[in-house]
Unconditional design. Structure first.
Length: 328
């Protein structure tokens, strides 16, 4: 079988013009990995750009290189050539938004990801579902390419790891991960700065929004499901934006008996983005697949349309059934 990591190293060495992108509703793993790849390619003497179809949330703007991220509009206007499109932390091409249209223009599409349901849409696919973060695959590539880590690359990678492990709570900080983190810190990444921005750096508007979600949190002790929601008027009344709801879903799992947490975010009238989180013993991925979404075993999501009461009932019914099924 072809070694995908080596194939990517070959493409990285041969080509010159690179574009790096990640999924919409970007998180610290998508952005941290994309920016680490961007610096890595520059260090290799390549011309690289990062494009993202969306707005970079303010709490990730501490990341080196984040000011260089091109919007879809700016990227389209530039008309600069590119040979390779690197898609990182993204299970399928539809999730890069309008950047998807550029996939067919690339000589090579490189897919670097850790989602179990990755669609293997690249010419080269470095996909490791067991990896706690896509950023760790970028780390492996840097090693394989013998590009020395610097503070810019290390900060992107460590931000990816910190975000997707929930600050080392969802993946055990074992000896192996500890050694990698040690190297990233030795290369100039600041763990306290990253932790601060990822978890404890939120606008007042975001905290007001969180208080509404917490106020509405309900818990069903029979199946261990915690649930809450935020409607469009919550956002407007709090002066909040979509990114201000980041992390809201995590609170349901604070409840000691909770097995799964579900959060409904109204993104347009009667359209909801649903986030799912669970503890080790329950796999939320089949639930997300049931509703046409995707993700990981412990973090997944999907979109659904309908009135809130009907959407809520439908999702909770499926969740209850699947949770109770899994404990048989
Ligand atoms: P979120 O709840 O948006 O933080 O997403 C949690 C995980 O589920 C992430 O790994 C996402 O990539 C994935 N995910 C969320 N929404 C979707 C979707 N509509 N389709 C596929 N994967 C999704
Ligand atoms: Mn992600
Ligand atoms: Mn990820």
């Amino acid at each position: 079988m072809r070694d995908e990591k080596k194939e990517i190293c070959r493409i990285f060495s041969e080509a010159f013009y690179f574009v790096v992108t990640s999924h919409q509703n970007i998180d610290g793993d998508g952005l941290g990995s994309a920016l680490a790849l961007y610096f890595l390619l520059w260090r290799m003497g390549k011309r690289a750009r990062v494009v993202y179809d969306g707005r970079v949330p303010y709490f990730y703007r501490f990341l080196p290189g984040s000011a260089q991220v091109l919007s879809f509009e700016a990227f389209s206007a530039e008309k600069e050539p590119f040979e390779v499109l690197v898609v990182v932390d993204c299970s399928n091409p539809a999730r890069v938004g309008r950047v998807e249209g550029f996939l067919k223009e690339a000589r090579y599409v490189v897919n670097i990801d850790h989602h179990p349901d990755n669609a293997f849409f690249g010419h080269a696919n470095f996909v490791v579902p067991g990896s706690p973060a896509s950023a760790l695959l970028v780390y492996e590539l840097a090693r394989e390419l013998r590009v020395p880590l610097d503070a810019d690359i290390a900060t992107g990678i460590l931000t990816g790891v910190v975000t997707d492990t929930g600050g080392f709570q969802f993946a055990e900080l074992n000896q192996n991960l500890f050694t990698v983190v040690g190297e990233l810190v030795a290369s100039g990444a600041s763990l306290s700065t990253i932790m601060h921005h990822v978890f404890r750096f939120r606008r007042l508007e975001a905290l007001k929004l969180l208080s509404r979600a917490l106020h509405r949190l309900t818990f069903d002790p029979v199946c261990g499901c915690a649930s809450t929601h935020l409607m469009q008027e919550d956002f407007s009344e709090c002066g909040a934006q979509e990114e201000d709801a980041e992390g809201v879903v995590d609170y349901g799992l604070y409840i000691p008996e909770a097995r799964v947490s579900v959060f409904f975010k109204e993104i347009a009238p009667n359209t909801y983005k649903v986030s799912l989180r669970s503890r080790d013993d329950f796999d939320v991925l089949p639930v997300a697949h049931h509703f046409g979404g995707g993700g990981h075993q412990r973090a997944a999501g999907f979109k659904i349309t309908g009135s809130f009461p009907s959407v809520y009932r439908e999702v909770l019914d499926v969740l209850r059934t699947m949770v109770l099924e899994s404990s048989k």
